[in-house]
Write a protein that binds this ligand. Sequence first.
Ligand code: SF4
Length: 222
Amino acid sequence: MTAPVISVSAALPPVARKNILRYLGMGRAEEDPAVAALIDACLPEFALAARCQACYMELPVFTKDRVIDFGAMRVESASLAKNLEGCQKAILFAATLGTQIDLQRRRAAVTSPARALVLDAIGSAAIEAFCDQLCSEWEEKYPDLRFRPRFSPGYGDLPLEFQKKLLEVLDSKRKAGIVLSDALLMIPQKSVSAIVGMGHTGCTMRFHDCSACSKKDCAFRL
Ligand code: SF4
């Protein structure tokens, strides 16, 4: 029997300002007053347009060499096999902020490219925040298990094409309104699909952000 796919709708979580600045390429710079004013002006309208939706399923994980068998599907990837080493199960998910923010950004691009850039950076930071929130909820559900950093198609040697299978198994079109273009881009644009391994060893940081983590010798680093 295939595991059920669960749909989730949520309010937009708080979006970390430092992440918005990071996506604007200003992560280390002093915040510019004009940029700060633009972020403050864009945030409320972005929040009105964003619709957080996700779908996920829990599947068993069997790894043998570089082949990962989720029961419902198999994939070959040495990088993902390393990420899931020692995991008994994994959550496969897709999350999005909806189509309205894509339209909002396209409309803004016509009148103010700067506003469109800021809306784009807010969107990137916001989908990250939504994924972090989903992972935190799953971690609360399984307090005895440790989670691995999210692993998306296209990371390491996991082919981007695997996204097609992943979204198909998740029935993401019906369950979260996410489809894949012929060029393998997710629509809506601010969407993420990923695999989160669960085992008795794993990441010890709250948000699993390897790029910001000082544990250089961590076995699970992405
Ligand atoms: S490097 Fe840090 S954030 Fe990444 S998996 Fe290891 S402990 Fe977690």
